[in-house]
Every structure is written in structure tokens, then in C-alpha cells.
Design a protein around this ligand. Structure first.
Ligand code: FDA
Length: 392
């Protein structure tokens, strides 16, 4: 039987960072992954350019039943630390928007960097390797990995969440939590497009492909970013963001011309030329098809001169206070992350170690810490992986 100080399950962002840091401390480290390549989610992230962190990352950009839990790891290994690593490797990057940092070249550069860091620090990587069984021993853990037995003092669970099963996501991390009697906060797809019922879809399908800058709110939370009509419902950054806060039955409020008084714009246009159609005026501010759909929905197909102030205010409401109840979401098939996960009350916030099982650690997405869209989820993976790497 082979013996290691640390075995990490999952060669994603969090697992690789943990392996590097534990290796730096002179620990013997084995990283196992059932996939045939490391960092598959890194590879497809950010449209192939990996939005690897966010300049503005802070605990307020994360959802968790315990919002304070992430503070320690995020402040011990910050976005500046990770940017420093990226710069040391000479990887060119740029800020796209809202503090989001992307590679100029390819996400593969981030994977290559992490693999090289693991190699330099002596961590062994075994791919296409399934973990079949885990048991606790007197001085650590014993695992069956692809038919052979491996012992370790510390076991780090970094197998991510349930999103994109096609890419190898499993609920394995939650199963390990259950095996050791740890509570798991209910999981659900997040950063995911929202869908409409058949009736609504029928009316809105012609708008598929149209994007607008919108304010999207659910309860007290709102985001101002692009929104996209799709063949199933709505998507785009503002919708992905709000999906983490949305629950079945909730209504979302959408403003498609935030900050503009549409009634005032129409009043002015009516004064200038009452023979214009509503949709013509709206089309100067919104995509033409959308302007047309709004006018049609309200039944205002005639001239502005035929509309009174109440009508103009109704147009304003249709544009800026569109309230809609999504029927659901596209689910784990397209969700970027999994909300919920291993309950942080079971973990030590400084080390990510399970309080009741010394030597067992959970890091990254499998933990009940979920970031906003924009590089925050990778930052959590780096920070929590780094924190565990100092202790495992
Ligand atoms: P991650 O899922 O990366 O890694 C888990 C690893 O465990 C995988 O390699 C998997 O194969 C392995 N594994 C799973 N089950 C196993 C088992 N039973 N045995 C062995 N190995 C197992 N975030 C961000 O900040 N910026 C971005 O640009 C994007 N973009 C993005 C795009 C898309 C399409 C998705 C789906 C997600 C994103 N994300 C993102 C989210 C980000 O990818 C995610 O939060 C991190 O990859 C989580 O890192 P982890 O290391 O925790 O899990």
C-alpha cells in the first residue's frame, strides 16, 4: 500500500492550489481525479479565457448560510496573491468589465501554471483514477483508488459541485460528507439561465437572441448587467446573477431602460410629432423587435397622438417594471455553479478542516460558499485551497 501525507480528491482549481501549498510545506501529496485531464472547468471557463479572479472580490460577493465563513480564507489568500502568481508566469491578462480579469490568450495557461506549480512542489497527479472507497484509520484514512490501496494522514475533498454532469461533475463530495455525518445545505443550480412556461415562451420566442442592458431585481437584491432573451427564457449576466437569489414562485422585476423616464420620452416625442408610432420612438432606445413586442403587448399600435398620459405611463411600466415569474431554471445542465453544499458550521474557517474529523478537509465549490458571476468562484477555490494547503 502506498502512503502519502495528503491525498486530494479532485484536480480542479481548489484541489490543485491545495496540492501546491501542501507540497511547498514538504508534505507528500497525491491528487486523484476521475477525469482524463486536470482543470476541465478552468479550460471551458470565461468562454475559454478563464475569468480567474475579480479585482473587487470581497466577502459580500458570496452567498452562504454563514456569510462570515469565507472571510478568513479570502483575506489570507487574496486576488492580489493570485494575480501575483499569474504575473510570475508571464500570463497576459486584462480587465473585461466590473473588475473581472481574463487571460488575453487561453484558459489553458492557468491550467498549465497550476500543473507546473504542482510538479515543482512534488505533488503527484493521477488522472482517470476513481476513488472507490474511503475509510478512517488510526492515523488518517485509507482509500481504494482504481483498485489499489492508498493511505494518507490528511484527506482533502475538492470534487466540486453538481453543475455540468457532462463534464464529470458528481455529487461525490456530498456523499463523503454524508459518510462522515456532516450536514449539507440543500444544493441547487446557480448562475443559471431562467426558463418560462410554454404560454409566455410562445409570446417571447421571437425575441430570442436580443440583448439589453437591464436592472434585474429579486426581492431586495438587484444586478445591473446585460440580459438576453433565449429560446427557453432569459439569460445573460444579470439573469445568471439573480438566479442565485431566485426561488421557484418568486417574481423578478426587470428594467430594460434603467434610469430613463420612458413616459417623459414619449410625451416629448408626442409633442414634437404626434403621428409617430410608440414602437418607432421606443426603437430609438431599445432593439426594434423588442420595441415592437412591447407596443403589441399593450395594444398600442397607433399614433402617439391617440395615447393619453395613462397610456404613456403603461409603456414606461412595461419597459421599466416588467414583472415576470420564471417557471424554473435550465438546471445543472448549464448552471455554472452549485449553491449550498457542505455546511460551513462543520468546518474550521481558517483551515477548512472538519471540526469533528481531524485530517479531513473540504474546499472549493463543494462547500456552502458560492460566488457571484465574475471570477469570484475561482477566487474562492484558490483561497480555500490555499487555506487547506497550509494545514493538511
Ligand atoms: P471543480 O469542479 O473545478 O473541480 C472538481 C474536480 O473533481 C474535477 O476535476 C472533477 O473531475 C473531479 N471529480 C469530481 N468527482 C470526482 C470523483 N468522484 N472522483 C475523482 N474526481 C472527481 N468561475 C469563475 O470564477 N470564473 C469563470 O470564468 C467561470 N466560468 C465558468 C464557466 C462554466 C461553463 C462553468 C461550468 C463554471 C464556471 N465557473 C467560473 C465556476 C468555476 O468553474 C467553479 O466554481 C470552480 O471550477 C470550482 O472549483 P473546484 O476546484 O471546487 O471544483
Amino acid at each position: 500500500m502506498q502512503s502519502f501525507d495528503v491525498v486530494v480528491i479532485g484536480a480542479g482549481a481548489a484541489g490543485m492550489m491545495c496540492a501546491v501549498e501542501a507540497g511547498k510545506r514538504g508534505r507528500s501529496v497525491l491528487v486523484v481525479d476521475h477525469a482524463s485531464a486536470p482543470g476541465e472547468k478552468i479550460r471551458i471557463s470565461g468562454g475559454g479565457r478563464c475569468n480567474f479572479t475579480n479585482i473587487h472580490a470581497s466577502p459580500k460577493n458570496f452567498l452562504s448560510q454563514n456569510p462570515h465563513f469565507c472571510i478568513s480564507a479570502l483575506s489570507r489568500y487574496t486576488q492580489r496573491n493570485f494575480i501575483g502568481l499569474v504575473e510570475r508566469y508571464g500570463i497576459a491578462y486584462h480587465e473585461k468589465t466590473l473588475g473581472q480579469l481574463f487571460c488575453d490568450g487561453s484558459a489553458r495557461q492557468i491550467i498549465e501554471m497550476m500543473v507546473e506549480e504542482m510538479r515543482e512542489n512534488g505533488a503527484e497527479l493521477r488522472l482517470s483514477t476513481a476513488v472507490e472507497d474511503i475509510s478512517r484509520t488510526a492515523d488518517g484514512f485509507e482509500l481504494f483508488v482504481s483498485g489499489s490501496r492508498v493511505a494518507c494522514k490528511s484527506l482533502v475533498v475538492a470534487c466540486g459541485g453538481k453543475s455540468i454532469p457532462k463534464m464529470g461533475a458528481t455529487g461525490f463530495g456530498y456523499e463523503i460528507a454524508a459518510q462522515f455525518g456532516l450536514p449539507v445545505v440543500e444544493t441547487r443550480p446557480a448562475l443559471v439561465p431562467l426558463t418560462f412556461d410554454a404560454n409566455t415562451l410562445q409570446k417571447l420566442t421571437p425575441l430570442a437572441g436580443i440583448a439589453v442592458d437591464a436592472d434585474v431585481a429579486c426581492g431586495k437584491t438587484s444586478f445591473s448587467e446585460a440580459m438576453l432573451f433565449t429560446h427557453r427564457g432569459i439569460s445573460g449576466p444579470s439573469i445568471l446573477q439573480i438566479s442565485s437569489y431566485w426561488r421557484e414562485g418568486d417574481e423578478i422585476a426587470i428594467s430594460m431602460l434603467p434610469g430613463s423616464d420612458v413616459a417623459a420620452i414619449l410625451r416629448e416625442a408626442k409633442r414634437a410629432n404626434g403621428r409617430q408610432a410608440v414602437q418607432t420612438v421606443l426603437a430609438a432606445h431599445l432593439p426594434k423587435k423588442l420595441a415592437q413586442a412591447i407596443a403589441e403587448r399593450l395594444g398600442f399600435n397607433g399614433n402617439l397622438a391617440d395615447l393619453n398620459d395613462t397610456h404613456l405611463k403603461a409603456v414606461d411600466a412595461a419597459v421599466n417594471q416588467w414583472r415576470i415569474k420564471p417557471a424554473g431554471s435550465e438546471g445543472y445542465r448549464t448552471a455554472e455553479v452549485t449553491l449550498g453544499g457542505v455546511d460551513t458550521r462543520s468546518l474550521d474557517q481558517k483551515t477548512m478542516q472538519v471540526k469533528s474529523v481531524p485530517g479531513l478537509f473540504f474546499i472549493g465549490e463543494v462547500v456552502d460558499v458560492t460566488g457571484w458571476l465574475g471570477g469570484y468562484n475561482f477566487q474562492w477555490a484558490w483561497s480555500s485551497g490555499w487555506a487547506a494547503g497550509q494545514a493538511a
